[in-house]
Design a protein around this ligand. Structure first.
Ligand code: SN0
Length: 315
């Protein structure tokens, strides 16, 4: 593997999941793989799990890690070509990325959608600029359209708990006070579809996701109906894709409750975290043994370590 930007960089999902299982069982077996190699974790947005799990994963492989918060400790970056840089942005991505590429062997980047301009976000402006100018392998730690490390951790979690080969997996939109990116939902749909599970997406009208990821996916606008017989319920808020970046509904009835979970087939609950308690999902669900959110977060180490391992092995 060279870059890890989306599911498109995974030639065989089954093989990757098998490899992740090995990594989970024996995390220190490849301790010398990262010897004298380094990874830079670049954050343009906040993070708890991604930051910490990436550091744990790198340490397990003997990789040196440097973390940089771009907006806190570095120059403001310009991404546009040909601009006169006489404003507040001191450094162009061309130099910044090339310098990072000269210092490190791998770079991992978090750069959320700005949610202002759909075309710009969906062109992956920031991520592709790093790919173009860094000239080293790039890992997506949540870009404007996807969060593949999260989706891989989600699949690792589902694989460990599923009772049937093709479980029913429901992705439900849930209310939130802020406008959030579609990245987590996009990647979840993409990866679960690729895994061949029985996926149903449920959301209020107006929250239809990116058509490219939804081409073969069933949408059920009745949340209760969607939950019937579900083996896994994945809750996530996202802002509108159609009326780009806006909050179309704040309907509290879409919160995931224990009453709704009782419609499922003993369904397990998943969320990428951070989660707003009693807005997205009620305490009764998160505090019950239905909830897999902590195990899911722990699997973020496994997903990052598996990807770092694949990239190091290809070097
Ligand atoms: C991010 C998102 O893409 O939805 C990161 C999830 C891994 N989540 C948030 O920004 C939540 C912020 C909030 O105010 O609850």
């Amino acid at each position: 593997m060279n870059h890890f930007l989306s599911s498109k960089d995974v030639p065989n999902l089954e093989d990757l999941l098998a490899e992740a299982k090995e990594v989970k069982q024996n995390p220190f077996a490849w301790k010398s793989l990262g010897h004298n190699k380094s990874v830079c974790l670049l954050f343009l947005n906040p993070s708890l799990r991604t930051r910490l799990s990436s550091q744990r994963a790198a340490a397990n492989l003997g990789l040196e890690v440097v973390v940089l918060d771009v907006n806190a400790g570095s120059w403001k970056l310009e991404f546009a070509d040909g601009v006169v840089m006489n404003g507040d942005k001191a450094e162009h991505i061309k130099e910044a990325a090339a310098v990072i590429g000269a210092y490190f062997d791998i770079v991992a980047i978090r750069a959320f959608a700005e949610l202002k301009n759909q075309a710009e976000d969906y062109s992956e402006k920031v991520l592709s600029a790093f790919v173009k100018y860094c000239r080293i392998p790039v890992i997506n730690m949540e870009s404007s359209t996807g969060h593949p490390l999260q989706a891989l951790a989600d699949l690792i979690t589902i694989e460990a708990h599923k009772q049937v080969a093709k479980p029913k997996v429901v992705l439900t939109w849930a209310p939130h006070p802020r406008a959030l990116p579609q990245a987590v939902a996009n990647s979840f749909v993409e990866w679960v579809s690729k895994a061949g599970f029985n996926l149903v997406v449920t959301h209020p009208k107006g929250y239809e996701l990116y058509p490219e990821v939804m081409s073969d996916v069933d949408v059920e606008y009745d949340q209760n109906k969607a939950f019937e017989g579900a083996d896994f319920v994945y809750a996530k808020n996202w802002s509108s894709f159609i009326d780009y970046g806006t909050v179309v509904s704040t309907d509290k009835n879409w919160m995931v409750t224990e009453a709704k979970m009782s419609l499922t087939n003993g369904g397990k609950f998943l969320h990428c975290l951070p989660v707003r308690r009693n807005v997205v999902v009620e305490d009764a669900v998160l505090d019950s043994n239905r909830s897999l959110v902590i195990e899911e977060a722990a699997n973020r180490i496994v997903s990052m370590q598996t990807i770092l391992k694949k990239i190091l092995e290809a070097m």
